[in-house]
Design a protein around this ligand. Structure first.
Ligand code: XCC
Ligand code: SF4
Length: 672
């Protein structure tokens, strides 16, 4: 057995899982619960059943001590057993655990940044006049981004500026100089720039960092776990760079989100309309599908449907929710269940987080599964290759397929759980600043920072990340948020966590009324009164998809700048209660390197090495000010997050008072 045979967090988690699977409770989402009952009645297997079938999961794998990096392996390490305490090549357990961990980051950074690259190419082709179905929607953001990255804009044609911005973004992937990537260097503060320079983790090119990390972790290259982890952090910052440029350029192409009103959960499916779900991450196609659908209601009428109803799943869903107010049907964990309603006529997939299990589900119902990317196919599905030159035509082909699929519904299988919640989303960084500016025009961000200094609210927590079958679906995300709200902590969210909040009513006024502490309620109400929005403000502010975690980074940078402190001094924490994907590992890694304490509610496979565990949870704190808090119990996790925020805010207020007392301006706070 691996190094720690009992009492590891992985053990605790396995025990929790056993209990979980013997319990009836597998989700707190009422629509998903209803569908799971339905699945049992129909004897249809879901990811919940497949999770159960995988138990017990391999403990070597679970603690990160299984190495398959070369084909002499797999080598499984038992530190206490002479002879088996190292891999065949002589690799120690810390080398193996570190290599396995950072290879997740390489995968995550590759996914996020490649998504960003697609957007950059589309912006380039739009500027060159070769992508007729796209246009530059947010010119103001284009100019702001251009200026920020040092591109001359005066008197220049907008297409020329867009082209230069797109080229600069593409250069971030493979430029050959030794300067840090532009989208990293122009979006972080001086203190972090200095930190990343000193620790040599600022990437100079995204692709290089990822490739180098794969090289570094090849058999017989790097055996030093700390050096490997630093290589991992470099790729994690490349991940940040990729998502930061993805967010900027997507806003330029499709518009920067502003508050929208919509709904979430399976009740958004309309039995009388052709229902199409857009699923995945990259909005290049889904955004065009939205436009195409608006023109094709009449065609849906010809088969007896009352029109077309688009819904979103995962982050493509978040993208079209933020910009177009398209309702969310499910998040990652419950994606298959949307098909089980019997009224989903097509599921359109782009890239990332589309569980192949959706195809098995489609086989039991009439749903057409349509793949659209040459790197993302599922055997048996229809493939309509999406090209940016023919985007509208492709989108219409897909919608036609959905319309014809409508006529194949099996009425006896239709069952839509009648659950949906009101959602107010669309809070890009710019939208939040705009909201704050209604209270303070000259210094909008100070509305947030002053509320913290005055003690009205305590700080900020950002929720990100996925669903993971190792937990009860959506449960920890919601439990931790409720607890933090009660403690007057301002909440923002992205990704599938935002999906969980949407379905639970936390992205609406309902959440404020039920769960906000008195200070937080007062703060939100103050914003609401001054805002010119028609909608009431929500408890949790939805900031977008996974790549939009860059918007959250903008928020903490702006707060630190206003307070004249470094990010590790900010009362700002993050939580990914159900982290699952490689992307979640890479996001978490750059978030801690930015100086933010980050809770993860599922244990990644690192417990096999005390050294690696220690580096991510302790040493990281000394070096970067941010660190991981691995805690599978949501109640304990919430208390830990509150404690971190309270400690930081206490220091901040003390130093502020001292500074005011001696009338010496704003004090410098030294420790994280
Ligand atoms: Fe995927 Fe972004 Fe995770 Fe959801 S949250 S499961 S990565 S869709 Ni980013
Ligand atoms: Fe085993 Fe070393 Fe090969 Fe890993 S790299 S599988 S430890 S021989």
């Amino acid at each position: 057995m691996p190094s720690k045979t009992k009492d590891t967090k992985a053990d605790v988690q396995m025990e929790q899982n056993d209990k979980l699977q013997s319990d009836e409770l597998r989700t707190v989402d009422p629509a998903a619960a209803e569908m799971l009952k339905n699945a049992a009645n129909l004897n249809i297997k879901t990811s919940w059943d497949r999770y159960k079938a995988q138990q017990p999961q391999c403990k070597f794998g679970n603690t990160g001590v299984c190495c398959r990096i070369c084909i002499q392996g797999p080598c499984r390490i038992i530190p206490s057993k002479p002879g088996q305490d190292k891999g065949i090549c002589g690799a120690s357990v810390y080398t193996i655990v570190a290599r396995n961990l950072v290879r997740y980051i390489a995968g995550g950074a590759a996914a996020h940044s490649d998504h960003g690259r697609e957007i950059a190419y589309t912006l380039l082709h739009t500027a060159e006049g070769n992508a007729p179905d796209y246009k530059i929607t947010d010119k103001e953001k284009l100019i702001n981004v251009a200026k920020r990255i040092g591109i001359q804009t005066d008197g220049k044609d907008i297409d020329k500026v867009a082209k230069e911005v797109a080229i600069r973004a593409l250069e971030d992937f493979g430029k050959y100089d030794n300067k840090p990537c532009t989208w990293l260097d122009t979006t972080i503060d001086e203190e972090r720039k200095f930190k990343f320079k000193n620790t040599t983790i600022a990437p100079t090119a995204i692709d290089r960092s990822i490739t180098q990390l794969l090289h570094q972790t090849h058999v017989g290259t790097d055996a030093d776990p700390v050096n490997i982890i630093f290589g991992g952090l470099r790729a994690a910052l490349a991940d940040y760079t990729g998502m930061s440029l993805a967010t900027d350029l997507t806003d330029i192409l499709f518009g920067t989100p502003t508050p929208v009103v919509t709904e979430a959960n399976l009740g958004v499916l309309d039995p009388e309309k052709v229902n199409i779900a857009v699923h995945g991450h990259n909005p290049l196609l889904s955004q065009v599908v939205v436009h195409a659908a608006r023109e094709m209601d009449a065609e849906a009428n010809t088969v007896g449907a009352k029109g077309i109803n688009l819904v979103g799943i995962c982050c493509t869903g978040n993208e079209v929710l933020m910009r177009e107010g398209i309702p969310t049907a499910t998040n990652f964990g419950s994606q298959e269940l949307a098909i089980m309603t019997g009224v989903l006529d097509a599921m359109v997939m782009d890239v990332q987080c589309i569980a192949p299990g959706v195809k098995d589900m489609c086989n039991c119902f009439h749903t057409q599964l349509v793949s659209t990317s040459h790197i993302s196919k599922i055997p048996g599905s229809s493939h309509i290759e999406f090209n940016e030159e023919t985007a509208m035509e492709d989108a219409k082909k897909i919608i036609k397929l959905a319309i014809s699929s409508y006529t194949n519904r099996k009425p006896e299988l239709i069952k839509i759980p009648q659950f949906k919640k009101h959602v107010v989303g669309g809070f890009s960084f710019e939208a939040l600043i705009n909201l704050f500016s209604k209270v303070n025009t000259t210094s909008p961000i100070s509305v947030l920072t002053e509320a913290i200094l005055d003690g009205e609210i305590k700080g900020v927590c950002a929720f990100a990340g996925c669903n993971n079958q190792k937990t009860i679906h959506d449960a920890s995300i919601i439990e931790i948020a409720k607890r933090l709200a009660k403690e007057d902590i301002f909440l923002v969210s992205t990704g599938c966590s935002a999906g969980a909040f949407a379905k639970a009513g936390l992205l609406s006024i309902e959440g404020v009324e039920e769960y906000a502490g008195p200070g937080l309620k007062k703060f939100i109400k103050r914003l609401e009164e001054k805002s010119d929005l028609k909608a009431k403000l929500p408890l949790v502010f939805h900031m977008g998809s996974c790549v939009d975690n860059s918007r959250i980074a903008n928020l903490w940078s702006e707060m630190a700048k206003e307070l004249k402190i470094s990010i590790p001094q900010l009362p700002f924490v993050a939580s990914a209660p159900e982290a699952m994907s490689e992307k979640a590992v890479s996001i978490g890694s750059w978030v801690i390197s930015m100086g933010i304490p980050t809770h993860v509610g599922v244990l990644p496979p690192i417990e096999g090495s005390e050294l690696v565990y220690g580096v991510t949870t302790q040493i990281a704190r000394d070096v970067f000010g941010g660190y991981f808090i691995f805690e599978t119990d949501p109640a304990k996790a919430a208390e830990k997050l509150i404690e971190k925020i309270e400690k930081r805010v206490w220091k901040l207020r003390i130093h502020r008072q001292t500074a005011e007392k001696y009338n010496s301006g704003r004090a410098k706070v030294y420790e994280a």
